[in-house]
Design a protein around this ligand. Structure first.
Ligand SMILES: NC(=O)c1ccc[n+]([C@@H]2O[C@H](COP(=O)([O-])OP(=O)(O)OC[C@H]3O[C@@H](n4cnc5c(N)ncnc54)[C@H](OP(=O)(O)O)[C@@H]3O)[C@@H](O)[C@H]2O)c1
Length: 289
């Protein structure tokens, strides 16, 4: 059983990406992993297979927490508010989310005076039963103020840096997510199929509707570059099942509110309607909640 104390790092959310990060970080130093509840924490204490190796995390439940300097939040977006309350109970110096979608406003409000922000990551991992399998190395970009955390991730062999224009980087990731995730989930196809008929026309419609909204919000890509970015990600991940498709197939809630919902809210604030995104949002909500 782990001894409560003060950890340099904590990972909040013992799912696919949380366990991947925790296993990598634990190989080079102490890291506290926070699971959803005591039952899950007890199960994880027995060990879990991550990247074909047995990983025995120092794992805690929200009702018996240690303290931690830096917290990385890796729950699904619907669990952000509750996880932020748990993060604060760790008495951290800073809390950073690496979730998809846009959660920064919710997170900073929940964290009050504790520095909080949302970065992005292209690290990938998926769950196969109780195993966690990394899905290719990526890069993690953190908001300014999280230099110490970037160095800790780097020391664990994860590519990470502070990105001065993290808002633009988040919008570029949102662009990819609003285009690929809902379509892959609706048509139940791997990402690469979205580049072919009959899906391609919808992919392009989603990009061309989203682009002006994201551009006005601070996206630094022009329209051709925006489409090229989405196509490049679909090509590079052609065989992958998008996370929203995995959620739909597993009967789990999707992250549609933090992804397409966030885009629609931005568009509404700019006085724009996005009919294709609205349709996709309604269909996913009907399908999976
Ligand atoms: N997986 C990827 O490749 C990837 C890549 C980039 C970004 N992301 C983003 O990273 C986030 C996490 O994704 P994931 O794939 O790791 O999801 P996941 O496998 O579903 O893991 C989320 C974990 O959070 C736990 N959790 C939920 N509420 C909690 C709470 N209040 N306190 C502590 N733990 C809680 C869940 O517990 P239970 O198991 O009990 O439900 C689950 O283990 C998402 O926003 C996703 O979009 C994922």
């Amino acid at each position: 059983m782990a001894t409560p104390g003060r950890y340099p790092l904590a990972i909040l959310g013992a799912g696919a990406l949380g366990l991947h990060f925790a296993a990598r970080l634990a190989a080079v130093g102490p890291v506290a992993l926070v699971a959803r509840n005591a039952v899950r924490a007890a199960a994880l204490r027995a060990g879990v297979e991550v990247d074909s190796r047995r990983f025995v995390p120092e794992v805690f439940a929200p009702d018996a927490l240690p303290q931690a300097d830096w917290v990385i939040l890796l729950v699904k977006t619907g669990d952000t508010a509750e996880a932020a309350r748990t993060a604060l109970a760790l008495q951290p110096r800073g809390v950073v989310s690496l979730q998809n979608g846009l959660v920064e406003a919710l997170l900073t409000e929940a964290c009050g005076t504790v520095p909080a922000g949302q970065g992005i990551t292209t690290e990938g991992a998926f769950r196969e039963g109780s195993r966690v399998q990394p899905a290719g190395a990526g890069e993690t970009l953190l908001p300014p103020g999280f230099e110490t955390l970037a160095a800790a991730l780097g020391a664990a062999g994860l590519r990470a840096r502070v990105e001065p224009d993290i808002a633009a980087a988040r919008l570029a990731k949102l662009l990819v997510n609003v285009a690929i995730n809902p379509l892959a989930a609706l048509f139940r196809v791997p990402n690469g199929a979205l580049l072919e008929a009959p899906h391609r026309v919808l992919l392009e419609a989603l990009v061309s509707e989203a682009w002006p909204v994201l551009r006005e919000a601070g996206l630094t890509l022009d329209e051709a570059a925006a489409l090229a970015r989405v196509q490049a990600v679909a090509t590079a991940t052609a065989a992958n099942r998008a996370s929203m498709l995995q959620d739909v197939l597993a009967g789990r809630p999707t992250e549609i509110d933090a992804i397409t919902g966030a885009l629609l809210a931005m568009a509404a604030a700019q006085g724009r309607g996005l009919p294709t995104h609205q349709a996709v949002y309604t269909l996913i909500r009907r399908l999976a909640g």
